[in-house]
Design a protein around this ligand. Structure first.
Ligand code: NAD
Length: 354
């Protein structure tokens, strides 16, 4: 690999195009090829790519012919395992979008393959790279709030957007909302607590969204709101409060971490962190700026840009992935336990799903 990493993107729908925009911004990275079976998605990718970028309708052709050093996989969740198979055979380093797969079983198979993969394998848990979240982590790791005991994550946002072929309207394609969307938050819980989940209690339903939609005679079946409590091995506890019909929110994400010496809060897109100390009592508000060009390119509050930057750094340094296939599996597993808990209306032990 030269100084510039040549990227190929597999799947150029909404997220593939976000990666495309960020690769164009990132020093030391260039897009050389993309593949997508959908002509509409290829058209949009083509319209923002240089003429030299190669276009394929078939991933196998891209893998055979395109000059790439690394791949980003941004195809739908239920295709990840199949799309990864020839990529593993090629040995090319890969950043695979979340969730790793739609089920724990499929994720375990991918973990096994990834462990033998000679190239870097990285799961796209980009929320880790949101600058205000990074700032909050810095304080946490510096001991500002003492020993962390409770963590609350709230996502109140707009409903799922339409996707190519409407794949995201059905649990069978996504893994369920608590896997599809919320694997991000379960990954953040593991990152922030530095601990493993042991038990999950969830209450959730589809109360408002997509009930008036129909695809080939089927109504979507995905949850649109839930409370999920996760018990961690050390006794730390975490809560996810998800509402997907909450457009009337100032912040999509609000995270609160409380320890025995203080409290940290983080807001996105407000890009602020509140640092609270118990003794002597004080609350400080810190603004966390994000580069204008990165914000303009529209990448989840800069997260996609900084994720790709870290991925490129690891390609050069040979460092292990920030987010391994195992991390991807564990986030899917907590989501699967939460889906089961909501469905069966009972606490679910992680040992039941893993
Ligand atoms: N990290 C994040 O915050 C984030 C945000 C949105 C989506 N995602 C993830 O990105 C992935 C793509 O989601 P999206 O929102 O871009 O969906 P999308 O429907 O907009 O795009 C998916 C694209 O993949 C293509 N595709 C379908 N089957 C394929 C195959 N076998 N090989 C190659 N391409 C194929 C489709 O034609 C489509 O163009 C999903 O896994 C999703 O969960 C992540």
């Amino acid at each position: 690999m030269g100084d510039t990493v040549r990227f190929g993107i597999i799947g150029t729908g909404m997220m593939g195009q976000e990666h495309l925009r960020m690769i164009k911004l990132l020093p030391g990275a260039e897009l050389t090829a993309f593949a997508d079976p959908d002509s509409g998605s290829r058209f949009w990718a083509r319209s923002v790519s240089d003429d030299s970028v190669q276009e394929y309708s078939d991933t196998a052709e891209l893998l055979k012919k395109a000059p790439v050093d690394a791949l980003v996989i941004a195809s739908p969740n239920h295709t990840h395992e199949e799309v990864l198979e020839p990529v593993f055979e090629s040995g090319i380093p890969v950043l695979c979008e979340k969730p790793l797969c739609t089920t724990v079983e499929a994720s375990k198979r991918v973990v096994e393959r990834a462990e033998k993969h000679p190239g870097l394998f990285w799961v796209g848990m980009e929320y880790r790279y949101m600058p205000p979240l990074q700032r909050m982590l810095q304080e946490l790791r510096a001991g500002t709030i003492g020993s962390l005991r409770m963590l609350a994550l709230r996502e109140h946002r707009f409903p799922f957007l339409p996707k190519v072929g409407n794949w995201n309207r059905f649990n069978r394609n996504t893994g369920g909302t608590l896997v599809e969307k919320c694997c991000h938050f379960f990954d953040l819980m593991r990152l922030i607590t530095e601990d493993e989940a042991v038990r999950v209690y969830a209450s959730g339903a589809q109360d408002v969204n997509h009930l008036d939609e129909e695809y080939d005679g089927e109504t979507p079946d995905i949850l649109d709101n839930a409370y999920v409590i996760v018990d961690f091995a050390s006794g730390k506890r975490a809560l996810l409060d998800l509402c997907m019909f909450a457009e009337a929110s100032r912040n999509h994400e609000e995270i609160a971490a409380v320890g025995d010496a203080g409290k940290l809060e983080c807001f996105v897109p407000n890009s602020t962190v509140l640092i609270g100390r118990r003794n002597p009592h004080s609350v400080e508000e810190v603004e966390v700026p994000v580069e204008e060009a990165v914000m303009k390119a529209g990448g989840h509050h800069g997260a996609t840009y900084f994720e790709l930057e870290a991925f490129v750094e690891a390609l050069h340094s040979g460092a292990p992935p920030d987010v391994s296939a195992h991390d991807g599996l564990m986030a899917v597993a907590i989501g699967a336990a939460a889906e089961r808990s909501a469905l069966e209306r009972r606490p679910v032990e992680m040992s039941e799903v893993l």
